[in-house]
Design a protein around this ligand. Sequence first.
Ligand SMILES: [Zn+2]
Length: 279
Amino acid sequence: MDVVSETDALAAALDLLEGRTWVALTGAGMSTDSGIPDYRGPTSIRATPMQFSEFTGSAEARRRYWARSYQGWRRIGQAQPNPGHRALAALETAGLCGVITQNVDGLHQAAGSRRVVNLHGDIGRVVCLDCERLSSRVEMQRRLAAVNPDLASPVRLEHAELRPDGDAVVEQWHDFVLADCTECGGRLKPDVVFFGESVPRDRVEHAYALVDVADVLVVLGSSLTVMSGLRFVRHNAKRGQPVVIINRGPTRGDLLATIKIDGGCTESLAALRAYLSAG
Ligand SMILES: [Zn+2]
């Protein structure tokens, strides 16, 4: 790859995308300007995420998880789309076929994007592991608040470290009271894909179908650390289609990128919107 300035790289990306169809693959860097921290970013404190087997296997693990997630939701549930999300929604009229996102914050839909694959699920929903019933997270928060009245003070959150999946690190969780499925009494989990859990097959196929109809894949704000995202870059490179990567810092897909822009999503998408929508 030649060494080019970021301005030249952006100009090359605009040139490549003009008149072509494209699909976006978005990661945590997309939502940092909405106040949701990127726990893989350079300034983050690394926390060990809970494994799926740990969550399903122990009531104590679930109590710890929900105590943290209950607190984290207060911030993630209030996050608003940033100008980058809105630009991407507007670009559906300028060649964008759809968005595949690794984020669970629901901000693409909130910004008006209509064709979105939530690869890792949706933090705004709750799923029962036993009867598969889906329910609303807002309702779950109400139920948890009712059975944990001592945690109602928002002061507690000041000391909690928030993570992008709505998890937060809190000290007091031993007394936390869980809420079970209202239908079957089963184990409830936020409808997000945990570490150690597979992305549902139909969702992966839907994402591949989007990648296959587009001329170009554009990665936005992901270091492609996990295979669930990297595989789409590999897939597109294998079929000889261009890949554009826009991310602050290196990614695992850099060697496969046709164009790499070391920059933020919000400003890059503003440029894409201005250039492609005007064309
Ligand atoms: Zn159930």
